[in-house]
Ligand binder design. Structure first.
Ligand SMILES: CC(C)(COP(=O)(O)OP(=O)(O)OC[C@H]1O[C@@H](n2cnc3c(N)ncnc32)[C@H](O)[C@@H]1OP(=O)(O)O)[C@@H](O)C(=O)NCCC(=O)NCCS
Length: 191
């Protein structure tokens, strides 16, 4: 079960094995979007290497799909060792789908995933002149407080609850047995 979104698109997590579609999405970003996403000009070769690396880390990537094609993504990448309390978030939405609420929907799902992993601090790589990203972050001030000087946000409700874990599982559309295993392993993590 996935949420319907703008233009019949849907949001779901990317899985190992989907590095290729993520790479193709990043390669389709226009020059400005690529610049904003990576904080500067980066080459196609950089993107190839980046995707290989990101899929080998403990990242959670939510994707926005339209007609089966990945048009937007939000990365949540824990920083440091296992059970890290800090993570970096980054967004990429292809031009045609920008300003349609996709970033808002992806940030909502990313905040839920962060909460369920007891991540307390989110670093957002956002250029100072990226007003749209800052406007987007401000919409979630109740859950996330931002310091745009240091671009660090704090997740206000960092502890997972059975309900918040179930919300993520339902959104993922897992089977019940997998879901219960997932709940157990997450709830057993040290506080
Ligand atoms: C920045 C980005 C993630 C925002 O996502 P989005 O889907 O375009 O944003 P949304 O439609 O959810 O809009 C979020 C808020 O931004 C503001 N906004 C939207 N479109 C805007 C525009 N054209 N100009 C100014 N502000 C705008 C609004 O406040 C909006 O909230 P509202 O719809 O409730 O009014 C997306 O545009 C993007 O990927 N850009 C390129 C890469 C990038 O900049 N990444 C961020 C650094 S990691």
């Amino acid at each position: 079960m996935h949420e319907a979104l703008v233009d019949g698109g849907l949001i779901r997590k990317l899985w190992i094995g989907e590095a290729g579609i993520y790479r193709n999405h990043l390669l389709r970003l226009d020059r400005d979007s690529r610049h904003n996403r990576f904080g500067g000009a980066v080459s196609d070769e950089f993107l190839e290497n980046y995707v290989t690396t990101i899929f080998s880390l403990n990242s959670v990537i939510h994707g926005f799909f339209v007609d089966g094609v990945l048009r937007g993504a939000a990365e949540l990448r824990p920083l440091g060792p296992a059970f890290a309390r800090e993570a970096e978030v980054a967004f990429s939405i292809e031009t045609e789908w920008q300003s349609h609420g996709v970033g808002s929907a992806l940030l909502e799902r990313t905040l839920l995933a962060a909460r369920n992993r007891t991540i307390k601090t989110l670093h957002m790589a956002c250029l100072a002149n990226n007003r749209r990203m800052q406007d987007l972050a401000r919409k979630f001030e109740a859950e996330l407080s931002f310091d745009f000087g240091s671009v660090v946000g704090e997740v206000v409700a960092p502890r997972p609850t059975p309900l918040s874990v179930m919300r993520e599982i339902v959104a993922d559309g897992h089977g019940f047995a997998t879901a219960m295993l997932d709940v157990q392993s997450r709830m057993m993590r040290p506080a």
